[in-house]
Design a protein around this ligand. Structure first.
Ligand code: NAD
Length: 697
């Protein structure tokens, strides 16, 4: 059922019923329109109440209908609002819990709105790169005034219903213990005979000297919106509520909405929105797979990652014990955690009570016996198979049956690690990103024998820890680091061929990356990549690398922590200054290779860096290491600073067109380091079929 119809005395009550949040899909819209018409045709009915069943009045458009012709099938949301607004009997929206987007636009089309306190009222379309397209930009200023409506529409942030009591938004905000439907029916009876019917569209927006305010808003919003066009379009459409007649304002809103929906930025935001939702779905692990309870956690290793991971558990209210081999290391780890929380408290982002609560949830020990009863243990010791083997054999011996044994390894073979235990079904990879208490991404590594319930539990845990969990199969570097390896190789080759670090960084930062590869290397420590390459020189001698990064490390330039890396740094200053010594080293290395350095365009830099990600991503997808292209995008958006407005590497490649990407790759394959450009077969196949990564299904 999508909406229920009941008559209560002389009031018809239409209850939207489309779980989970009464999205205004076609069936719900149809039932609501039918309900209003039925009430109008019934002489015994004097007024109409529209409310929502369950957890919301309405969360707005039904996301299942996004990009579907159903959204445009009659009755559309516009029609529903017109029917409500055109009713000859008063229509009362009875709001509770959530009233957002199209739900709020419908409520604004009603003659009256009444609400429970604590209901979230919002027009969040801007978060998807859009603007409210069903009259919201014209009606909200008419009830809340120009300034408040503009703030709500530009930010998309919810405001509580009780904060809006006393405005023209609500005729009444009831007491917390009221029965909404009873109170709304009583209200409807009270106003049943009031004529003319009040309509939001008939109100005017008065704002003295509105032009000055609007100009100020344009300037502020433009400065904050970055590459996204929607916030400024929101200002312009809200402006139309003052400068144009209602109908003309609506037309203008429609026109700008249709423009925004076609912009690459909105497409990217909508892609990211769906990508995040779909990432938690695993085809062979049904949504109702039973999960194990996680009431206590343990972390092995209180270093950089162990400490950050422990904070995630404490932040989620789960007690966590850190295990170290030496008291000194344990004390240092616990002190760092305390300091991190203290800094957050100093910034006013954590109350003293919460500080005590969180610190109180974290304890330390040198004995594995103290963690035997933990429901999950995450190993975060040195990246060395020997050390991991010792730890996992020990965990297998001490942990209670049913405990999840997780590893934070970033490169090692999880199947081998699982093989050190007698319970490989309980072993999983939880690859957190640094700083682990801040970064959203959690790569969840599914081993050959990982149990489905263990996977489901870990994915559910990632949500509890407020992370974006994305599943990866087992391979060297998993999804994210395996791809970034190709990107780093290209960055190195660009130095051999004619670039300097700042040119590469500037070009890719202009494309939108938070940080270029060389500034990033200096921040993370160039010695990490050096250690990985040394291993690869032995294990995979066929893979070529630029020697520049090794030469840099041989000079002891590991990055910010050593006062110099690809760039020079001044004490107490993270700003990167081009280094004459490094630039001379790079130029000399080209000469040693016999390479004539050439001028390289920013376009070439961006294409080589981004397409190297795309090509490896395609390979990863083809191998089944990633479940879907959008998972790869999620990993890059949440863990690697890929620009959100471009939607992730795979989505970006789809926008460019895979045949265009392949054409560029062919060009680079004919260049100096052509060996890195063998196209992934999946990409060639899809390009030949005129498809993209995200449209292959
Ligand atoms: P780290 O050197 O900062 O910390 C490792 C800690 O483990 C040290 O405090 C050490 O004393 C402790 N330790 C070593 N052997 C132990 C044992 N047998 N029992 C208990 N404690 C032991 O290292 P890190 O950067 O935190 O990395 C830990 C793991 O996380 C590695 O597998 C690494 O590849 C992975 N990782 C690191 C990053 C990163 O950016 N640093 C990101 C993702 C994953």
């Amino acid at each position: 059922m999508s909406a229920e119809y009941q008559v209560n005395g002389s009031v018809a009550v239409i209850t939207l019923n489309n779980p989970p949040v009464n999205g205004l899909g076609l069936a719900t819209r149809t039932a609501a329109v039918d309900g209003i018409r039925k009430a109008l045709a019934d002489d015994s009915v004097k007024a109409i109440v529209i409310t929502g069943a369950g957890k919301a009045f309405s969360g707005g458009a039904d996301i299942k209908e996004f990009n579907s012709p159903k959204a445009l099938t009659e009755p559309t949301l516009h029609t529903l609002i017109n029917v409500a607004e055109g009713s000859t009997k008063p229509v009362v929206a009875a709001i509770h819990s959530v009233c957002m987007g199209g739900g709020l636009e419908l409520a604004l089309g009603c003659n009256y709105r009444v609400a429970m306190p604590g209901a979230q009222i919002a027009l969040p379309e801007v978060k998807l790169g859009l603007l409210p397209g069903a009259g919201g930009t014209q009606r909200l200023p008419r009830v809340l005034g120009l300034e408040m409506a503009l703030n709500m529409i530009v930010s998309g942030t919810p405001v509580m219903s009780d904060k809006l009591a006393g405005t023209a938004m609500f005729s009444e905000v009831f007491a917390a213990d009221a029965n909404l439907v009873d109170a709304a029916v009583a209200f409807a009876n009270k106003v049943a005979d009031v004529r003319p019917l009040p309509r939001v569209r008939d109100r005017s927006v008065d704002y003295p000297n509105h032009e000055a305010f609007l100009q100020f808003s344009r300037n502020t919003v433009k400065a904050m919106a970055g590459p996204f066009p929607a916030p400024l379009e929101c200002v312009e459409t809200v402006a139309a509520s003052v400068t144009k007649k209602f109908e003309d304002g609506l037309k203008f809103e429609r026109e700008r909405f249709l423009h925004l929906i076609q912009t690459p930025e909105s497409k990217a935001l909508r892609h990211a929105f769906f990508a995040e939702r779909v990432a938690s779905k695993i085809p062979d692990v049904p949504a109702d797979t039973p999960v194990r309870a996680i009431k206590k956690a343990a972390i092995i290793g209180a270093g950089t990652m162990g400490g950050g991971i422990a904070m995630n558990f404490a932040n989620a209210g789960i007690p966590v014990v850190l295990v170290e081999t030496k008291q000194e290391a344990l004390d240092k780890g616990l002190a760092t955690i305390r300091k991190n929380y203290e800094n957050t408290m100093k910034k006013g982002k954590l109350t003293p009570e919460k500080f005590e609560q969180r610190v109180g949830l974290i304890s330390g020990t040198l004995s594995y016996d103290d963690i035997a009863d933990a429901d999950i243990v995450i190993e975060a010791v040195f990246e060395d198979m020997g050390v991991k083997e010792t730890v996992f054999r020990k965990l297998d011996a001490v942990m209670k049956p049913g405990a999840i044994l997780a590893s934070n390894t970033s490169t090692l073979d999880l199947n081998k690690i699982a093989g050190f235990t007698s319970r490989p079904q309980d072993v999983i990879g939880t690859h957190f990103f640094s700083p682990a208490n801040v970064m959203k991404l959690l790569e969840v590594v599914r081993g050959e024998k990982t149990g489905k319930d263990v996977l489901a539990t870990t994915m559910a845990l990632s949500k509890k820890l407020r992370k974006t969990g994305v599943v990866s199969g087992v391979c060297d570097g998993f999804i994210g680091n395996r791809m970034i390896e190709q990107y780093s190789r290209q960055a190195g080759f660009l130095l051999d061929e004619g670039c300097l670090p700042e040119q590469v960084d500037k070009a890719i930062e202009k494309f939108g990356f938070a940080m270029g590869p060389f500034r990033m290397g200096d921040l993370a420590g160039n010695d990490i990549g050096w250690a990985i390459r040394k291993r690869r020189y032995v294990e995979s001698p066929q893979i070529s690398y630029s020697k520049n990064a090794d030469l840099l490390c041989e000079m002891g330039r590991f990055g910010q922590k050593t006062g110099g890396g690809w760039y020079d740094y001044k004490a107490g200053d993270r700003k990167a200054y081009p280094s004459q010594a490094v630039n001379e080293m790079i130029v000399k290395h080209s000469a040693d290779l016999g390479v004539e350095r050439r001028k390289i365009s920013d376009q070439e830099i961006v294409e080589r860096l981004v397409y190297s990600l795309v090509n490896e991503g395609a390979q990863i997808l083809d191998e089944g290491i990633a479940l879907r292209a959008s998972d790869i995008d999620m990993i890059y958006l949440t863990g690697y600073g890929f620009p959100l407005f471009r939607g992730g590497p795979m989505f970006y490649a789809d926008q460019v067109g895979l045949s265009n990407v392949l054409m560029a790759m062919e060009k680079y394959a004919a260049g100096l380091h052509g060996e890195a450009w063998t196209p992934a077969p999946l990409m060639t196949r899809l390009a030949a079929e005129g498809k993209g990564f995200n449209s292959q299904a």
